[in-house]
Write a protein that binds this ligand. Structure first.
Ligand SMILES: NC(=O)c1ccc[n+]([C@@H]2O[C@H](COP(=O)([O-])OP(=O)(O)OC[C@H]3O[C@@H](n4cnc5c(N)ncnc54)[C@H](OP(=O)(O)O)[C@@H]3O)[C@@H](O)[C@H]2O)c1
Length: 434
């Protein structure tokens, strides 16, 4: 049976899962793929740390370049992360004619264009299934299963840390800070959680999905990103009373010649399938013009689920190598014509949840609704929350759900409301999923 050599860069959480999986499933993979996948080298800076798997010390090295240049290695698996040495090593591996598997969303979101171009020039495979959705093979779905569909929209809960925090806030009424501390204590959030809670991890994944769905490189700079940091518990509870859950949602959709790529905390109706995705789970809902709605659900991170997808990619490349047809499935297929434009955030249309602390004085509420109306924002429902005891310094919370409106009109109305002196603090504006 033909042997396919694999070299691993980064023996961390996912790397150790891949090593474990390749060792334990070597026979199963050989049966299914028709090749013997052999792990030939593992590079990491620390060769002493216990990784929870037993390996032959002879295959360990502190020199990652030795892996990239090793002629017995056909597939280089990059699991170091970040855009420093990982970027250099991926480029060197592709230049050396090796196929590459990576789970590095940050690298692809920021440098995808040069990396995909180099893979194409070198005529080798670049697989990145685990960069979005961990154990959910959503990249494969877009590259293969839905290849015959024009993608109308894609909605994703793509960050388990945020989803865990939001679930705890909703179910237990925890304030954001306590829910974050709980996520850290459970090992779901980093000591520095910024990448997750400020929405950038979700945005990295969103631009990869948008690039796959629409066939052009969507740069990070065009994605509109809002995270959940500072989301008030009161809004999570008000949303719940109104029949919604707040999810950190990636929204990618096409409307005519424009696409939207954005990430923000979003109200999702209780009976929407995405609303039932709780705790650390991820899900992606894709609407294709032929398939209609399809939903993908699973663990978006973690050693085994992520390693499962990495091993799936290794298996696919092995099949391509056996068949002698690398680039069997294209990375980001390029559209022959002009790529669509990315819509400015001010131009998007959505329903909105607004929470304002309105001056408890006759006429304030009327003034507020009149300003919204003057900007063409029509109101679906408005309710004053709490009783007389809930007044804070003469202000009462007023929650408004709008009909579909343009973001620029909402912002202009809020600016006028601020200037009118009838609100006590910064208004809260959250988008709603239709
Ligand atoms: N963890 C997940 O659930 C998950 C899910 C989806 C995707 N991913 C992606 O998978 C990748 C790996 O994530 P991870 O969680 O496994 O990270 P990790 O646990 O930090 O592992 C990275 C490993 O690479 C090592 N490393 C650093 N510099 C190196 C170098 N120059 N040469 C060789 N090894 C080096 C690190 O060593 P030191 O620790 O000693 O620095 C560490 O052992 C990232 O791109 C991440 O975004 C992870």
């Amino acid at each position: 049976m033909k042997q396919i050599g694999v070299g691993l860069l980064g023996f961390g959480t996912v790397g150790a899962g891949v090593v474990d999986g390749l060792q334990k499933r070597r026979e199963l993979l050989a049966q299914r793929i028709g090749a013997d996948i052999v792990l030939r080298r593992i590079a990491d800076v620390d060769l002493e740390r216990d990784r929870g798997v037993v390996v032959d010390r002879a295959i360990l090295t502190a020199d990652a370049r030795a892996v990239v240049t090793d002629p017995s290695i056909d597939i280089v698996v990059e699991l170091i992360g970040g855009t420093g040495i990982a970027r250099t090593l991926v480029m060197e591996a592709l230049q050396a004619g090796k196929s590459v598997v990576t789970a590095n969303k940050k690298l692809l979101a920021e440098y995808g264009e040069e990396i995909f171009s180099l893979a194409e020039e070198s005529g080798v495979d670049l697989y990145f299934g685990a960069s979005v959705g961990g154990g959910i093979p959503i990249v494969r779905v877009l590259r293969e299963g839905l290849v015959g569909n024009a993608i109308t929209s894609l909605y994703g809960i793509l960050n388990g840390t945020c989803n865990y925090i939001l679930t705890r806030m909703e179910h237990e009424g925890l304030p954001f800070g306590e829910a974050l501390a709980a996520a850290q204590a459970a090992g779901y959030a980093e000591a520095n959680p910024s990448l997750d809670i400020d929405g950038f991890d979700t945005a990295h994944k969103a631009v990869i999905l948008a690039s796959l769905a629409y066939g052009f490189h969507v740069p990070m700079s065009v994605a509109a990103v809002e995270g959940i940091r500072g989301l008030a518990g009161i809004d999570v509870q008000f949303a719940r009373e109104l029949g919604y859950r707040i999810k950190l949602l990636a929204v990618i959709r096409r409307d005519g010649e424009e696409v939207e790529v954005r990430v923000s905390p979003t109200l999702v109706a209780h009976d929407h399938m995405l609303a039932s995705v709780g705790n650390v789970f991820n899900a992606v809902m894709v609407r294709g013009d032929y398939a209609g709605d399809t939903l993908y659900y699973g663990r978006g991170a973690g050693r085994e689920p992520t390693a499962s997808t990495v091993i799936g990619d290794i298996g696919d490349i092995a099949r391509n190598l056996l068949a002698g047809t690398p680039r069997h499935v294209r990375g980001i297929a390029r559209l022959p014509s002009e790529p669509p434009r990315v819509r400015a955030l001010s131009e998007i249309r959505s329903r909105y949840y607004l929470r304002l602390m309105v001056l408890d004085r006759a006429g304030s509420l009327g003034q507020f609704t009149a300003i919204l109306g003057a900007h063409g924002v029509s109101i679906h429902a408005v309710s004053q929350k709490g009783g007389p005891d809930d007044k804070e310094g003469g202000f009462v919370p007023v929650v408004t759900l709008t009909h579909v409106a343009k973001e620029a009109d909402i912002d202009a109305a809020l600016a006028e409301i601020r200037a009118a002196g009838i609100i006590g603090e910064e208004p809260v504006k959250l988008r709603m999923l239709d």
